[in-house]
Write a protein that binds this ligand. Structure first.
Ligand code: FAD
Length: 291
């Protein structure tokens, strides 16, 4: 089912996975998918981050997810590391597999030794090509605190507008922790005339070291005082850190939902525990009046 059609009916929850690199990773992902599918996500997404002979593993993983769990997989497709021919072939395969949703991305340069092996350099190029097939519901990425390469947030939003004008039907944001930054971004894009659904990208912080590495890729992301304190107070106590950090994420999601956010997409890093804990809180809150 197309994500835009699901969004017309309800608030959505979804999970992002990446194709595992080895046998151990595959086992872990199988468990994660089994556990998270029990939460009935509205869709799941599979990242495009491989190269060489393993570059189509995201298609293979999407097929397995679809066939084995009945979940609705969205395929990520990047300009980086994909030629026009490879994009065309991926789209043909996706259609054959019954994939209906594609997230069109420029791609992380850092994922590849030689990102030069590409015929396209902007996500908008992919949006155009995917749109021409008339087969898929196309999503695009948004960056509430500005893409690191953009000179200003305004300029970045103008580039986002071009992606939606060309056929981007929904936006999934980069991770953020400061809801005020997200709300300001929502106001800004609406004022620019971008009307498509905005899906909030949420990353529960489970590991401080990985988190610091990730921030190098995403650029400056504001960390609210409360999260900063959790990091400081529990930097030597993994268990206490995790408990407090997940409580922060659950609180962040609740505030978003109470303020009209229509969809939440969790970056799971192929692990289920954090998403399960947060979900429990959200389901509990759903029963409260006014939610
Ligand atoms: P673009 O929209 O192409 O923008 C990139 C930069 O170019 C921005 O600064 C933008 O303002 C600027 N720009 C765009 N168009 C123009 C123009 N016409 N003229 C001048 N400047 C312009 N990466 C992966 O490698 N694999 C994945 O699977 C993946 N999944 C992701 C999922 C989500 C939800 C998000 C938010 C990101 C994901 N990424 C992934 C990372 C993403 O590819 C990077 O953030 C990348 O650096 C930017 O991607 P984009 O699609 O926003 O690029």
């Amino acid at each position: 089912m197309k994500i835009t059609d699901i969004l017309k009916k309800k608030k959505t929850f979804s999970f992002e996975f990446f194709p595992p690199k080895d046998e151990k990773g595959l086992e872990e992902l199988s468990t994660t998918i089994r556990e998270l599918s029990a939460l009935n996500p509205d869709f799941v997404s599979v990242t495009d981050s491989d190269r060489g002979s393993s570059k189509y593993r995201h298609l293979a993983l999407s097929k397995v997810i679809k066939d084995k769990t009945g979940l609705n997989p969205m395929l990520h497709l990047t300009c980086v590391n994909n030629t026009r021919k490879e994009i065309t072939s991926a789209l043909e395969n996706a259609e054959e597999l019954g994939i209906e949703n594609i997230l069109a991305l420029r791609g992380d340069m850092g994922n590849f030794e030689n990102p030069g092996n590409s015929d396209f350099s902007r996500a908008e190029d992919l949006v155009r090509i995917i749109g021409r097939t008339g087969r898929f519901c196309v999503g695009v990425a948004g960056h509430p605190e500005k893409h690191p390469e953009a000179a200003t947030l305004q300029e970045d939003v103008e580039n986002l507008k071009r992606k939606t004008d060309l056929g981007g039907e929904f936006i999934i944001t980069q991770l953020f922790f400061d809801n005020e930054a997200f709300f300001a971004y929502r106001d800004l894009i609406r004022a620019e005339g971008i009307t498509v659904p905005l899906v909030a990208g949420i990353m529960p912080v489970t590991n401080l070291k990985n988190f610091e590495r990730l921030l190098l890729k995403t650029g400056a992301i504001r960390i609210p005082k409360s999260l900063r304190e959790i990091m400081e107070n529990h930097k030597n106590d993994k268990e206490a850190f995790l408990k407090e950090s997940l409580a922060f994420s659950a609180g962040q999601c609740l505030e978003l939902l109470k303020n009209g956010v229509e969809a939440i997409h969790f970056f799971t890093f192929n692990k289920s525990a954090a998403a399960k804990t947060i979900f429990k809180e959200l389901l509990q809150a759903r029963k409260e009046p006014g939610f």
